[in-house]
Design a protein around this ligand. Sequence first.
Ligand code: FES
Ligand SMILES: [Fe+2]
Length: 351
Amino acid sequence: MEFLRNTWYAALWAQDLEPRQLLARKFLDEPVVLYRKPDGAVAALRDVCPHRHAPLHLGTVRDDGSLQCGYHGLVFDATGACVRNPHGSGRIPPQACTRSYPVVEKHSLIWIWMGDREADPSLIPDFSMLDEDSGYQISRRDWLLMEANYELITDNLLDLSHTAFLHVGILGSEETIKADLSMEQEGDQLKVNRLVSNCPVPGFFDMMYKRNEQMVDLWADMRWDPPGCMINDTGVTDPGAPRTQGTGIYGTHFLTPETDRTTYYLFAAARQNPISWGEPLDTEIQEKVADLRRYAFEHQDQVMIRGQQRVMDELPPDEQPVLLEIDTGPTRYRRILSKLMRAERTAAAAE
Ligand code: FES
Ligand SMILES: [Fe+2]
């Protein structure tokens, strides 16, 4: 499968990589070893030793930040160059190197660039609410490896009408089906906005808001940056009242393909306008925000999307989905993604 390569992908939460730790991952079908040097800097190399092709993640990080293959001890620096051969004359053949990938630690994530073009850190979309010093209460920084192509998960997140059915009781109900939909595109960034007026408060929001199951206005504005970075500004307020009087979350979602059939799905939520209910309730609510989101993604979205993937894999390739009005978001983002992939193909062909 073709992936967009010259772009930043969220590789993992920065908290999940300790100094001297070597972590094996696969991104866009390529084996990658990520590691943290003793000084805290992160590096990423192709997880293949050029001598005998052992996985480098079975090696060790040395004091100077280089990586030593665990099999016969070749040593590589963070650019992937072999800097030491402990055997014989110590000669280093010119081919004894492995590929390195640009990595940046930002917004409490480690981002990786899998393409060949120059990696510009200013292209990382703004997720500053996830910064350690943002002042926001952040729920658990969590992740799943989902058994589906990342485009099916993006379809799911850019069409939140499914919350009324798949997440009934938690995030929606029969009375949240009817919504005003709008869409804005700025460059390659897309926003798909959904507003349900005067509906019974879904359980997830009732837990954070007035806790009396009253009627509310429910909003969910999803921002998408290619290829798979999203933030859902979502919350509830009294019917007709400004959003600033309500409460909700900024739900962040990062989709990074492992393969064309598996996707790393990273997520965390920053609370917006949190209402304090005192302790121990505030801590319980914070835990519940994380637990309920994980439950919804793992046991509801994943089950459905995995099933959908399996069905689609058996269908004749020309059997196209029937589109409804709710599909404007998914249709538009796929168009942007196709355009970007086409541009990448054209640029590669010209080189
Ligand atoms: S396989 Fe890495 S040094 Fe031999
Ligand atoms: Fe969902």
